[in-house]
Write a protein that binds this ligand. Structure first.
Ligand SMILES: Cc1cc2nc3c(=O)[nH]c(=O)nc-3n(C[C@H](O)[C@H](O)[C@H](O)COP(=O)(O)OP(=O)(O)OC[C@H]3O[C@@H](n4cnc5c(N)ncnc54)[C@H](O)[C@@H]3O)c2cc1C
Length: 471
């Protein structure tokens, strides 16, 4: 196999594999080094795909559990989940998609070098484990991603105190599940296992669930979780967790300093993810790091010429860089086009959609009301509840709302935040609206089909001008 390439990419996650395909489309000779047994990285193997597959099972159980309401007659037994079937269906989906990436590599003549890579001097990548060899490259792209991390004092034993890597593969539904952290990962697993039958408690250090979302969305989710029997302990810090053969003893401190003790079959630590750079030799290669992340500029150049980095492993040095599959892919395309000499514009991170697939779903893009005010805008907001819509009544899914945050002076839409049915799909319209610097008036004049959930977006625009039709 030839070992000289235009571009060598380390990591075949949604950042690396998409960058590879785009490089190949633009005529580059490309190799990707991946140490896992399959292509696709965290998203396909451990993250987006397995979790959403489990959520679809949870949704199916929800619908079937309401069979009577739908006029569907079931045998006497109460519907229950069969974890063997759940896991094997999920695994089939994951395998199908990872094989799909293999097919795309072949189609685009991309070499998959199986092994662990290390930077080995100017234009060189050494494979230190697996298919050992040294590759030469004009350009190197680091896309080594992230891994689950704990917080000091909480030791993950992967059996009783687990991360999302284990939570996607549980063979039995835990009787009790405590989840530490209420970001996307935490609340998605809360929805999955509550629906499967677990007694679920979420412990969140900050004062509200999904703290990066608009405050109104957090409040709506907490209300819905309460209705579903998911307990939320916000403003609460897990101070101790001791695993034994039978479960986990947990101590937490509430905002007012009180200690609360909980016992659980499983503690899921969902407190965020850290960069993967161990053994990569990034610092030895002279790459500037920041808090363990690879520091890049807005075109994903590291401090070393011809070495770029994308995805979960990077920081742009300007606050939080979103660790999302579609962000890593967009960065992969941008870096490939820049390497191929195309004109590329920096990504506007205010226009990145954020989707959380809990029940009810959350979709958002742009500034929250608080962020817009912080940035000095004179803000105008409007919201519209899904429950009023005919379509929502038919589907029996009336929770939540669409909220628009706009600039009063120019009427520009600054952010759209939705929680409720199909929000992870409906947000696409809002993303385009922000991208095209749409005004609220333009969204009002955009005709939304009837009867659809998307009418809530149009009505929220009307509400922002104080004139919702159906309220
Ligand atoms: C439970 C969970 C659910 C998620 N759900 C969503 C979601 O619904 N939507 C969404 O947008 N995002 C989601 N994410 C986040 C998403 O998975 C990540 O943002 C995305 O995978 C990042 O892509 P990446 O290419 O930067 O890194 P990764 O996907 O982590 O890929 C990095 C790859 O590099 C390989 N690698 C690392 N070091 C080396 C080395 N030295 N040599 C060779 N190979 C190496 C790794 O094996 C890995 O395959 C979720 C994450 C988790 C954990």
């Amino acid at each position: 196999m030839p070992n000289s390439y235009d571009v060598v990419i380390v990591g075949a996650g949604t950042g690396g594999y998409v960058a590879a395909i785009r490089c190949a489309q633009l005529g580059k000779k490309v190799a990707v080094v991946e140490k896992q047994k399959a292509l696709g990285g965290t998203c396909l193997i451990w993250g987006c795909i397995p979790t959403k597959a489990l959520l679809e099972h949870a949704h199916a159980l929800k619908v079937i559990s309401a069979a009577k309401e739908w006029g569907v007659t079931l045998p006497d037994a109460r519907p229950a989940i069969d974890m063997n079937q759940v896991q094997s269906r999920k695994d089939r989906i994951v395998t199908g998609l990872t094989k799909g990436v293999e097919f795309l590599f072949k189609k685009n003549k991309i070499d998959w070098i199986k092994g662990t890579a290390r930077l080995a001097g100017k234009g060189k990548v050494e494979i230190v484990e697996g298919d050992t060899q040294t590759l030469e490259a004009r350009d190197i792209i680091i896309a080594t991603g992230s891994t689950a991390r704990s917080v000091p004092g909480i030791e993950i034993d992967h059996t009783r105190i687990i991360t999302s890597d284990e939570a996607i593969a549980l063979k039995d539904v835990p009787r009790t599940l405590v989840i530490m952290g209420s970001g996307a990962v935490g609340v998605e697993f809360a929805s999955i296992y509550r629906r499967f039958g677990s007694d679920v408690t979420i412990i969140e250090l900050l004062p509200r669930l999904v703290p990066v979302e608009d405050e109104a969305v957090s409040a709506e989710l907490e209300k819905s979780f309460k209705k579903q029997g998911i307990k939320s302990l916000t403003g609460t810090k897990v101070t101790k967790a001791v695993a034994s053969a039978n479960g986990v003893d947990i101590e937490a401190q509430t905002a007012d300093g009180k200690t609360q003790k909980l016992a659980s079959d499983i503690l899921l630590v969902a407190t965020g993810r850290g960069p993967v750079t161990t053994g990569l030799g990034a610092e030895d290669a002279g790459i500037t790091m920041e808090r363990g992340y690879i520091k890049v500029d807005e075109m994903y150049r590291t401090s070393v010429p011809n070495i770029s980095a994308i995805g979960d492993v990077i920081t742009l040095g300007t606050g939080m860089h979103p660790q999302l599959a579609h962000v890593s892919s967009a960065e992969g395309i941008a870096v490939a086009e820049r390497i191929a000499g195309e004109q590329v514009r920096p990504i506007n991170y205010d226009h990145v959609p954020s989707c959380t697939y809990c029940d009810p779903e959350i979709g958002s893009v742009g500034l929250t009301e608080a962020e817009a005010r912080q940035r000095g805008y004179e803000v105008r907001v409007g919201s519209f509840p899904f429950g009023v819509l005919g379509r929502a009544k038919m589907a029996g899914e009336g929770e939540g709302f669409v909220k628009i945050v706009a600039d009063k002076k120019y009427d520009e839409i600054l952010g759209v935040h939705m929680i409720g049915p199909r929000s992870t799909e409906l947000v696409a319209e809002a993303v385009l609206a922000l991208r095209l610097e749409c005004t609220v008036e333009e969204l009002i004049k955009t005709i939304h089909a009837h009867p659809t959930f998307s009418e809530a977006v149009g009505e929220a625009a009307h509400a922002t001008h104080g004139a919702a039709i159906h309220l």
